[in-house]
Ligand binder design. Sequence first.
Ligand code: PLP
Length: 360
Amino acid sequence: QTANSIASVLPIPTKQQPLLLNFNENSLGMSSKAQQAIVHALPQAFRYPDAAREQLIEKIAESHKLKAQNISLGNGSSESIQAVVQMAIYQAQKAGQKIQVIVPDPTFNYAELYAKALGVAVIKVPLNDKLAFDIDAMKKCADEFPGVSIIYLCNPNNPTATITPAEKIEPWIKAASERTLFLLDEAYAEFVTDSHFRSGIELIKQEFKNVVVTRTFSKIYALAGLRIGYAVAHPDIISQVEAFVSLDNTNTASAVAALASLEDKTFLTISRTSVETSRKIVTNALDKLGLEYLPSQANFIFHKVPGEVKVYQDRMKEYHVFVGREFPPAVGWNRLTLGTPEEMTTFVSVLNEFRAKGWV
Ligand code: PLP
């Protein structure tokens, strides 16, 4: 089946309306309840967002069975990541201690970027031969460092979409010295079904002070453009993080949309089911084409492409399909966002056409 032959049932990507499978957004679009909440709140948006902000913090805390003091809102979880990194660097330097950031490679790079901007060393520990975190090597880096280490662990990881099981992470956190702060980025946690995953929030409930978890409304709740996320940690840590986020950082639209999203359980289920269906469409196609992929636990999938990934990406672009990029040192792999099932059917038809042309 070619892209043209399915034109009558599926939208064909065009220059004006390309198929965007490159930024791990949620193509479903936000919950209609979230949209209605924004429209409803707009006439009052000339006021500062304090009331909506407070309500949202309460609601997030309640959803995790924690207190408001455990939550710090961010303008996207990006701001929360930035604030945590800045806070830890400030605290270490104030105490006259050295500080470094340890990250797996490849991973989502914001912790790295914010640390580098402050002149702090970032140690990149390559993934192992299974493209999983090399926890032992990361731990060794922290143990051998005469100072404070921020350990950034993205779970599920971006770009691999794979989880790191709790049994690999928790013993380390529980036994780690006071000189170690774990920043667990759980932007995609709501998509996970694998029972070996456990949120770091469980450790925060056990009062561990060396863990901060970041979450976002950008992914499962499809609010990426509204910029809303948060950090979860012990109240003593949250109060330090709060000193580094911008004051009144939440806009009214994002706050009410996030609140409505948390209340809309149906949307959450639809979002999850949609990604599962899309994933199945893609993995069936990859299986048929004999293209290797990692077990995805998020709204994207990391798969192999033969030849240069850049060439593949450019050819997809010619078909108005924007796929993700290569993430060295994982050479030969491409990150593909899982859009709606319809979008992924279109993607598969293009991929099949690539096979017919001998491109994949
Ligand atoms: N963390 C990870 C792993 C991501 O992939 C992203 C966005 O792609 C973010 C954080 C930032 O998300 P936001 O700032 O929209 O919450």
